[in-house]
Each structure stands twice: as structure tokens, then as C-alpha cells.
Design a protein around this ligand. Sequence first.
Ligand SMILES: Nc1ncnc2c1ncn2[C@@H]1O[C@H](COP(=O)(O)OP(=O)(O)OP(=O)(O)O)[C@@H](O)[C@H]1O
Ligand SMILES: [Mg+2]
Length: 501
Amino acid sequence: MPSQNPYQALLSISEQINAVHDTSTLFDRIMDIAMEALKAERGFILLKSPGGQAEFEAVTARNISKETISSIRELSSSVVNQVLEKEEPVLTMDAQADQRFSGAESVLLQNIRSVVCTPLLRQNKLIGAIYMDNRAGAGHFDEESLRFLQAFAGQAAIAIENARLFEKLQSENQRLKQQISLSSIFPEIIGKSAPIVHILEMVRDVAGSTATVLIEGESGTGKELVARALHYHSPRKENLFIPIFCGSLSENLLESELFGHKKGAFTGAIENKAGLFEQAHQGTLFLDEIADINKNTQTKLLRVLQEGEIKRVGETAIRKVDVRIISATNKDLWQEVQAGNFREDLYYRLNVINIKMPPLRERKDDIPLLAEHFLQKFAVQNKKKISGFTAEALELLKSYHWPGNIRELENSIERAVILAREPIPDKLGGIRQIPAGLFNLHRPRPEADLAGKPLHEIEKYAILKTLELTGNNRTKTAQILDVSRRWLQYRLKEWGIGEEQ
Ligand SMILES: Nc1ncnc2c1ncn2[C@@H]1O[C@H](COP(=O)(O)OP(=O)(O)OP(=O)(O)O)[C@@H](O)[C@H]1O
Ligand SMILES: [Mg+2]
């Protein structure tokens, strides 16, 4: 029987606990109030995890001096289990003598005498239990203690639910705020989907360091865009960002581009030339298509990364360079290491930070946003007044699988904007919204006949087939495949297919 007015406690509870929004403080407060009102020696609250899984866990366990008890095994689990199972309260005036718990280990071990325990119910659903006990003597709690605890548990359950809801909203709010601030930091990178937000957070966090970054992802996913963002949000932004497309250059040319050369070092070296490493001093060098550089150049690159020094081709003098390296590839570089095509030690040097660009089909939520962004851009460029897309067009854009990713989306929208007729002044029926018919998205899905084949085979098939369709026109083929002509030339050369006739 509570010695002080328990209803006073009930009143103070609603005042006190409704003001607490942080769940862990709330749990302790609930426990302390209840224990004080019932003069209990120890107590704990058990709750289902917020996700609603079947598991119950102790969220707080306190003793009379308001200290946290480390192990709830000291308390009577047999009583609690019964309460959770039957969803009914239990009161035992003398647990040692109570038939229901005779033999229960904790009751015996801990000399537990009086126990009162009640389920926490919210709209008739079990969310947990409050337990209190006393070892001092039998008959410490009575029916009134139980009635009080039940009334109290009703209040506590509401407060707990509110606090949990509050915490959920708070974290949601924080996520949204962060998203807004991320999109104001990187206005050029459009996207709200979880994968792109994750990438923007990484860019924000690593831009300031000098760590090397390897950006992997399919063609057109925004690798270069991210590389530029890394540079322009770093302390190096006043210095140069120099991209170099490693794939299309021969070994000699690439080395002379990267490291520079001495006059007369090879035929054509008519004067001394500083390489890109020197030009990018205190800036950033973006090594695009890094997987395609040959083993010799890989070795030289490794040395630069290890020593921070370069030697111009044909020179012995050593020059110190301070360059941040960002590299990109649309291959799986680790697989290239495994296949023996790429040095493992260089891989680790380049891959201190790894960013994987998701293909557009894995973040379809971003399609309307990106489509709108490109529409605005090309409408302004082409001086056309277009307000948006028809519902059907948007549906088409969302359902397409975008093998060329964002670049393909960008190009498709540019084409559609150019093809869109101007609204005719004073007449109805002019185009203000882009209709689905202006998109030319019926390229066969490669999975139709190529599923289960290695990617490089699919790539080769697509390239050769498109060349066939365009009557061997490489510029057109590159356009249709949404790749650069340079990239296409490189691929063809790799397969021994010579220059265009
Ligand atoms: N999140 C984005 N928001 C706005 N534009 C984007 C986004 N991602 C990519 N783009 C645009 O899409 C085009 C392709 O991007 P980018 O050149 O960075 O791709 P990439 O991964 O380097 O492609 P590739 O492997 O073919 O070189 C660019 O015009 C870029 O501005
Ligand atoms: Mg690129």
C-alpha cells in the first residue's frame, strides 16, 4: 500500500512525463516516480522495440537510490513472463510462498518477497511491462498498489508512445534538413533518393581531405560530376581540376601527357613540356577510365602516389608535386585486379575512398526531378516555353530502364525539347507539355537475348550491332549508345577494328 497519496503521484506524472520528449530520460523518470509512490526497492520497464518485433527489452532498471541496475536477471523474470504472456497484472504479497512462482530461480536467489507487475497497453496492444519488487518483507504491496500501478501504466504508455513518435519525427526532420542543406551545397547534383543523398554526404565529408577517391559506376551515372564536386568543394578549388581520359591514349602518349617530357625525348618532342601532374600542382587530377591504363604506366603512377614525385619523360631530375588524385572507371576495378590486369598495390593507393555511383534504374525516384531539371535547362537554351511533361510522358520516363543512365536521360530530353513545337499564340493546342511521343526510347532491352552473358560481351554486341544499323557511322553509333566518339574509337581499336573507311 503506497504510503503517500498515490493519486498525487498520478497527477504529477502526467505533468512531468508529458514534458519529457527524450525516451531514455522518460523511462528513468517513469520508473523513479512509480518506485517512489509505491516505496518499491527496485523496478524496471520492459518494452517491445519500436519496430514492433516480438522481442522485449529492458529499457531501464533502477534501484531505490535511483541507480541503474546492470543485470535484470537479478529481478524476477518468471513474474514478468507471466504478465507478458497473459497480458494481465500480477501481484504477489509473498513470492517465496506463492505457488505460482515456487521454484523460480530469481525469486529464490534474490529473496524477492513482494512483486507487482503490470502490462503496458496502448489501445489494447501490449507494448511492454512495468515491474517492481521488494526484498524487505512480505505484504509490501497490496491491491491498491496494483490499481495505482495500472492507472500509472496507462499514463506511462501514452507518454512513451508520444516520446517515441517525437523522436521519430525529430530524426525525420533532421534527415530532411540535411537533405536541404546538401542540395544547397551541391545544387548541380540533382537527386533526393537515399543512394544519392549518401553520395552527397560522402562528397561533403571527404572533399576537404587529400585522400585519393575512386569513383566506380556505369557510363553516364555522374562520375565526372562527382569528381568535379570533390574538387570545387575542397581547399584546392582555386587551383586546377584537370581531367584526363586515360583509355584512349597509347602508353607513350599517356606518360608524356601525365609526366611531361624533355625536348628530344622522342620524335615529336620538339620542346620541353610540363605534364598534367605539374600543371595540376595543388589542384586535382582526374584520371578517367583508370582501368584501361597499361601495366608500365600503372607502375609509374604507383611511384608518383608513393613518393609525390615525378620525372618528365627523358629527364632524370625529380620534381615534387602536390596533386590530389581522383580516378573513375565504369569497370569493376577489383575484378580487374583479380583478373591480373591491374596492380593490386596501385588499386589500394587509388581506392582510399570508394564512391559507387548507382545506375539510374536503381534510383527511379529521382527521374521526375532530373527530367524537370533538364527540361528547364534545355527550354531556356532553346528559348521555348514548356511547362512540363504529360502524365504519360513522365510514366514512360519512369518505366524505361535507362542503360545510358543520366546522360541518356539528359540527351533524350534535349532531343524532345528541340522537337517540341512552339505553342501557337492565340490558338489552343500548342505544346506546353512534352508528350510521350517525342521520346524515342524503344531500344531493345539487352536482357531480351543477352541476359546471363558477361557484360563485356553485351557491350561488344551492342556496339557492333549499332554500327551495323548505322551503316558503320561511328559518330551516329556513339550518339545512339550515349558514349563519346573517343570512347567508341578506343573500344574498336582494342578489338582490332581499324579506322573508319
Ligand atoms: N545527379 C545529377 N544531377 C544532374 N546532372 C547529372 C547528374 N548526374 C549526372 N548528370 C549529368 O549527366 C551527364 C553525365 O554525367 P558524367 O559525365 O559525370 O557521367 P560519367 O559517369 O562520367 O559517364 P562516363 O562513364 O560515360 O564518362 C553530365 O551531363 C552530367 O552533368
Ligand atoms: Mg565520365
